[in-house]
Design a protein around this ligand. Structure first.
Ligand SMILES: [Zn+2]
Ligand SMILES: [Zn+2]
Length: 281
């Protein structure tokens, strides 16, 4: 089954295209189910903390309109359309985030670490820092986000190894690999998904196929369920890099992907019906 569980809308203020246009494109790509995961407002943070974060994205008062717009568009397409949010994690506000999320009619809560409290809330890919330090700090926040138990999946963990180079060999590489493995192990313990964000295969910045393959291997080794999403901010980005990534996942023995309804998870076969047959050729 083809699904895309990470779509944005104009509510983000940095995506383009109508919800209807996204759904038309998804249908043309033979997607059976999609989930919008718009950047959530952050009313769960104290005002003074909110002010330290450089991007506001969706405003508090727009959340209802977003959820309504997605529900209305869903009525006009044969594709199953789920309602999600991409929610920033900041250590120390777990309870407030939990209350925020349980009060919403959501199918899917996608946790995310974009901003680093250790670096004045800068966006991860814009931070200049010693690579190993940043990698370890990022994985620490990611692990805390997983262990919070607040989310159904955690978005694009590759952002950090796109921001700085992965160490090559020696004790530094071991330490970083171990920290990534700890995030994956935490997801296993939490029975939570981690995201395969197919934008990773654009290999922006220091992003590389080799490091992404390490991540996929860890997911397979620990048996962590995945969500799959393109992080589309424009209609033509829906399902980006899917054939390549789906091939890679099957190669690592990952043959299922998670879908959600009212935050209940279900696993479905990954890819088109013919994809599995093509594997191994
Ligand atoms: Zn994101
Ligand atoms: Zn996103």
């Amino acid at each position: 089954m083809l699904v895309d569980y990470h779509l944005h809308t104009v509510y983000s203020r940095h995506a383009v295209g109508s919800i209807e246009a996204y759904l038309a494109r998804a249908k043309a790509l033979e997607m059976e189910e999609v989930c919008f995961a718009e950047h959530s407002p952050r009313p769960f943070l104290p005002e003074k903390v909110q002010e330290t974060i450089p991007y506001k994205w969706m405003r508090d008062h727009e959340l209802e309109g977003y959820l309504t717009d997605v529900a209305e568009a869903a009525k006009k397409t044969p594709i199953r359309v789920r309602r999600g949010l991409e929610v920033d994690y900041f250590p120390g506000y777990d309870e407030a985030v939990g209350e925020f999320l349980t009060g919403l009619p959501l199918d899917f809560a996608l946790g995310t670490v974009h901003f680093m409290p250790s670096h004045d809330m800068q966006y991860i890919t814009l931070i200049e820092e010693a690579p190993v330090t940043l990698l370890l700090e990022y994985f620490e926040y990611a692990r805390q986000a997983v262990e919070s138990g607040l989310f159904d999946s955690l978005a694009h963990i590759h952002l950090v190894w796109q921001a700085v180079p992965w160490p090559e060999g020696g004790s530094e590489e071991l330490a970083v690999e171990e920290a990534l493995a700890e995030v994956v192990a935490a997801a296993r313990a939490q029975d939570m998904c981690l995201e395969i964000n197919t934008r990773a295969f654009n290999f922006e910045g220091f992003g590389s196929r080799e490091v992404y393959q390490k991540y996929i291997s860890l997911l397979a080794d620990y048996g962590v369920p995945i969500t799959l999403g393109s992080d589309a901010h424009a209609v033509d980005q829906i399902g980006r890099n899917y054939p390549e990534i789906i091939r890679e996942l099957h190669h690592h023995g990952i043959h299922e992907v998670a879908v959600f309804e009212k935050r209940e998870r279900r696993m479905v076969p990954l890819g088109r019906k013919t994809t599995k047959v093509a594997v191994g050729r």
